[in-house]
Design a protein around this ligand. Structure first.
Ligand SMILES: O=c1ccn([C@@H]2O[C@H](COP(=O)(O)OP(=O)(O)O[C@H]3O[C@H](CO)[C@@H](O)[C@H](O)[C@H]3O)[C@@H](O)[C@H]2O)c(=O)[nH]1
Length: 321
């Protein structure tokens, strides 16, 4: 197998490239470098600079590198951005995916791993979210991931492509500081950012129906997430693999915002007490995965805990700021 990783120079994509190539898989990265950083990639992994929406480029890359499988991560991923610019999200996350799948089918590539999200579920009122929990996204970002899954499965059936859709929960941490997330869009870097400027971390709402009143999430270390991609790729590459697989990628353990902020304070040292602000529109009170299907189907389970995520993210933050 040779795997093309779209978005391969991004935060998650580069971790996937390291995990897969480190395990002996042949990988090629494609990235338009809008957010990707070439230095994140292992030296021996070729980087093609360009868009996953460019059919001519894709055809050339598939032929030149004899690509036999695709791991598709290139996408827009900001919930707020999807609300203000939904047509961009639909055009690139769904329309771009259609272009990519056409090229994949045209080249006779038979394996496809799709980066999906817990955002497909919206805000279900359940203790653990299983893959059978109804999907009801509450923002255009989640809609594009759900439509993307439909498209991936339909194209897989039509063209005989074995597919896996991985529904990531809340991703954090870094395998090594140089691979850290450089964006300030999620709670861990947002709290680091406040602390670095001498400001108190903010908690968006402490009146939710949860044990301490703050939102509960399922945080997953990006290195564990990368290993889940390797497991999915290997499962699809196994002889006789067919059909589609849709799995949650989480730890199955809820952590509240208050618990997380307290832990960040311990790790970062000298943290100011958090200030409670109003609820952020669209936040679900609780989103925790059932991790059972991933263990059963992929033989994969997360190994790293929340403290390791925060410590590694903090090391990454300090190396880049
Ligand atoms: O300064 C902050 C930042 C965030 N939060 C809260 O922290 C929790 C987590 O927020 P965030 O890191 O923004 O993640 P989510 O809103 O849960 O969404 C993330 O996780 C989803 C999957 O679960 C993905 O689909 C999204 O793309 C990704 O942004 C939420 O309750 C926020 O209200 C705070 O209280 N203070």
């Amino acid at each position: 197998m040779t795997w093309l990783i779209t978005g391969g120079a991004g935060y998650i994509g580069a971790h996937v490239a390291h995990a897969m190539s480190g395990a002996g898989e042949r990988v090629v990265a494609l990235d338009d470098l809008s957010a990707g950083i070439p230095a994140r990639l292992p030296a021996h992994v070729p980087l093609v600079e360009g868009s996953a929406l460019d059919s001519a480029l894709l055809e050339g890359v598939f032929a030149e590198h004899a690509v036999t499988g695709v791991v598709h991560l290139a996408a827009h991923k900001q919930v707020a951005g999807s609300v203000t610019d939904p047509t961009l999200y639909y055009r690139e996350n769904v329309g771009g995916l259609a272009t990519l799948l056409e090229a994949v089918a045209g080249a006779g590539i038979g394996r496809f791993v799709f980066s999906s999200s817990a955002a497909v579920y919206g805000a279900p009122d359940v203790d653990l979210i299983t893959e059978d929990t109804p999907c009801a996204p509450v923002n255009p970002y989640g809609e594009t991931k759900l439509a993307g899954e439909w498209l991936v499965r339909a194209a897989g059936r039509a063209h005989g492509i074995a597919t896996a859709c991985l529904r990531y929960f809340n991703v954090a941490g870094a395998a090594v500081p140089g691979l850290a997330d450089r964006g300030v869009f999620n709670v861990v870097p947002m709290v680091f950012d406040r602390l670095s400027r001498g400001e108190a971390p903010r908690i968006f709402g402490a009146d939710y129906p949860t044990p301490d009143g703050t939102c509960v999430r399922d945080y997953i270390h990006v290195a564990d997430l990368a290993e889940a991609h390797l497991a999915a790729a290997r499962r699809l590459a196994a002889p006789g693999a067919a059909g589609d697989l849709t799995v949650n990628i989480g730890r199955g353990e809820g952590v509240s915002v208050r618990e997380l902020v307290t832990l960040i304070g311990e790790v970062a040292g000298g943290a100011l007490p958090a200030v409670v602000e109003g609820r952020r529109p669209g936040d679900a009170p609780r989103a925790v995965a059932s991790a059972a299907l991933a263990e059963r189907e992929l033989g994969w389970t997360a190994r790293r805990g929340v403290r390791e995520m925060v410590e590694s993210a903090w090391a990454g933050w300090r190396s880049g700021n």
